[in-house]
Design a protein around this ligand. Sequence first.
Ligand code: GAL
Length: 638
Amino acid sequence: MKRTLGVCYYPEHWPKNLWKEDAKRMAEAGLSWVRIGEFAWSKMEPSPGELKFEWLDEIIDILGTAGLSVVLGTPTATPPRWMLEKHPDMLAIDKEGRPRKFGSRRHYCFSHEGYRDECVRIVTLMAERYGKNPHVGAWQTDNEYSCHDTTHSYSDSARSAFKNWLRVRYAGSGNDGDISALNEAWGNVFWSMEYENFDQIDLPNLTVTQPNPSHVLDFRRFSSDQVVSFNRLQTDIIKSYSDAPIAHNFMGKTTEFDHFKVGDDLDIASWDSYPLGFLEDRVVAPDEFKQAFARQGDPDFQAFHHDLYRTVGKGRWWVMEQQPGPVNWAPYNPSPLPGMIRLWSWEAFAHGAEAVCYFRWRQAPFAQEQMHAGLLRPDNADAPAIIEATRVAQEIADASDVEQCISEVALLFDYQSDWMWRTLPQGRGLEYFDLIYDNYRALRGLGLSVDILSTEDDFSKHKLVVAPGLLYMSDDLKERFSKRDGPTVVGPRSGSSTENFGINRPLGPNLPKINVTTTRVETLRPDMPILLEGGGSVKGWSEALESSDHPFRIMANGDLAAVSAGNITYLGGWFDQEALTKVFNEICLKAEIKVIEMPEGLRRRETSNEMFWFNYGTTSVEVAGRTFPPQSVTRDVI
Ligand code: GAL
């Protein structure tokens, strides 16, 4: 697969007399893809049933004639105002019981049957019309599921769909009878929460105090399934009219639905990468770190999502939106340093991307995103990003194709574990994503390349497997751990919960081949880390362990912090960066996995025939006798 570039374009924002010139400039810049359509429902259907596709026919033709390929977005993230007259109850309802009103976007509830039918209708019309159009090279469903906190809705539609979902799960399909399995699974004898029938069950909001965690977890599972089925409605239709691949654009640090499951219905996973916005908005790091990388982004954050979405897309993935300059939505919105647009683009290719598309072509002079940069300024002059994008286009023309390979390390990522941590965090600020990310950072700090896999993926060929925080582990997963020849590092809280979200007995982690029991857990204030012998500390989450196996790490007070037996190691706490780095260093050394300690800001990524080095820092750094200039990309062909 060739490496390609593209751009997100909103022809409906601009007079028609600009379209041909725009297409020509895109092609001259070396772009191949143009994503259009994903917010244009009011232009396709200005009033119910009044269809206006001629403008879309025309722009697709103009782009195609200029040699560009279209990614056609379905417009279901932005239902027009008239939709509300037809379906007044289609809005999502927030946790406090308030409607999430019209006037921006994503104002729909995933469970509303009437809105689902409208989506089926518009997607069918588009697929019929453009399914065989030679200029439509790919599709995108909707836009950023879950954006603006839209996965969970507490509407009447959601409630009735949730009750049906529970019936199927606990009483078998079509049977509204026996509620006892649910009462048992949730532990409803506690606080007299028992139900007599499924109709009595409400959504887990507006309760006097904390709702039952099993109830919350099932609501989260249900809400995730609603996203999956909503997306599948669209992919099923598109597939019956078109052979072009289907993508969805996922987001950064977004965990409210199971992306692996949505990915099963897609041909390509893509995500929207805004390194500077994410650093300010989503990365948990000290202020000095944020200051040092304010104009470059966190050196691990983009890579993390590249490595995750590569798996979601089963090897095929894109960056659908790439930050081109200052955005409008983070607490602070600085400009990237020169060279960063190029670095981010190449970094995506190094992690296996087939395409990187910049968001957006021209900065809009109106509405919510008028302060968001594009490749062109609002006055149509070139913005700095187009110069770097053009350079990347020239470089990829001479570079090799995308090669898939298996990385040295598999880091397991499980959406359900995230929901469990969120439901019972047991301490302020303890988030599963951040635990996984700490592990990822430590691994990359040792120069290792990582695949982020689901718990169901095959990790038998990875040299090292890392699995922190997996509250519920299936027997199959434990079995696969025990069959490995290489090292496996299992982290805090893993195996501590039943599938229904109660405490496992025998107490966790219940791993085969290692005798270790967590007899008690405690959570810690940020200012009370527990020092570990040999360096680093346990922060946030700490377990009291009992074991007859080898003590792998001891706390300064003499208590056990980690245990190992054969090639399995169990870490009974949230180890900080220093401690994780030492643990992985030691384990890799023993397993003869080559590591190299990377200076801050420098990261590398190996493919089957290349080694890439990315310096996010503002100064040159030296490693292994080589110098890497600031904001640079170095590509060695091996
Ligand atoms: C994304 C979204 C785009 C645009 C962009 C601005 O989250 O998909 O439509 O809003 O952010 O950075």
